[in-house]
Design a protein. Structure first.
Length: 80
């Protein structure tokens, strides 16, 4: 099971050129890192509306990542 949770609001976002390329924004539940993945190729062409949805998903992921890192206990130094 992956520790990443994808934004469900991007399920219908596809490459505007019709290549079937998808985009995914996900947050790692343990460390709060945000993953932006472009699936099936190295780039994606988005309509203006889809680009706006991706930007909003990244903002949501960033906020969730901040909440996760704030909730984590700080790393404790180890004694040598």
């Amino acid at each position: 099971m992956s520790a990443f949770v994808s934004d469900p609001g991007l399920n219908d976002i596809r490459d505007a050129a019709g290549h079937g390329t998808e985009v995914d924004v996900a947050v790692h539940l343990h460390d709060g890192t945000v993953r932006l993945a472009i699936l099936w190729t190295q780039e994606i062409l988005l309509s203006a509306n889809d680009a706006d949805q991706v930007a909003q998903a990244l903002q949501r992921a960033a906020e969730q990542g901040r909440r996760i890192t704030v909730a984590r206990p700080p790393d404790r130094p180890t004694s040598a």
